[in-house]
Design a protein around this ligand. Structure first.
Ligand code: COA
Length: 164
């Protein structure tokens, strides 16, 4: 059955999500599409996760799930000044159903509420990552750089900002 935007909820990450994010981080397609492709150890992941959740002013992670709490995917925003980088993934069993497109749409809405002063959101992907190219294009991100990796950017206008 096709899932719609209305059937899905985006929530903030919590400490109990550490294992879930570990499983997703080591998914073979996620590692292949990542700029650093080595497998991540549980110890490295735990340390990384604990650092990230301690710094909500620099990093925000959200989980997309169904209304009965089946996890679908994750989206992470890392902030540097007023620029933000996106990294996201959909669980392998839910790919190809436009859920990546919904994840980036809902994630972008959420981060604009959380960080109201940001000016640019960007995603950097490998050129062969066709699924992600489509996801960014469908969310009106603009291709701005085509070196070894592609950079998709969304410049935030005041009209994009949503009241808290
Ligand atoms: C990128 C990703 C999140 C896309 O999620 P998704 O839910 O499958 O995305 P969508 O269903 O919205 O698919 C987007 C389009 O890509 C297509 N697509 C999906 N996988 C594809 C593949 N391996 N090769 C080519 N096209 C693919 C889909 O068919 C769809 O196109 P269509 O609607 O024209 O048929 C998912 O593939 C993923 O988790 N990949 C690993 C992590 C990753 O690459 N993250 C992005 C980098 S930060």
């Amino acid at each position: 059955m096709k899932m719609n935007k209305e059937d899905l909820v985006l929530r903030e990450v919590c400490l109990d999500d550490c294992k879930l994010l570990f499983r997703w981080a080591n998914d073979s397609q996620v590692r292949k599409n990542s700029l650093s492709s080595e497998i991540i150890s549980w110890e490295t992941h735990q340390k990384w996760f604990n650092e990230k959740v301690k710094q909500p002013e620099h990093c925000q992670i959200f989980i997309l799930e169904t209304k009965n709490k089946t996890p679908i995917g994750q989206i992470r925003f890392n902030r540097d000044g007023t620029s933000v980088k996106i990294s996201y993934s959909v669980d392998t069993i839910f790919r190809g159903q436009e859920l990546g497109t919904i994840l980036v749409e809902k994630g972008t809405e959420a981060i604009l509420k959380t960080w109201q002063d940001i000016t640019v959101i960007a995603g950097i992907i490998k050129p062969e990552n066709i699924a992600s190219k489509k996801v960014f294009e469908r969310n009106n991100f603009i291709l701005t750089s085509k070196d070894c990796c592609l950079e998709y950017r969304k410049v935030i206008k005041n009209t994009d900002k949503i009241e808290r």
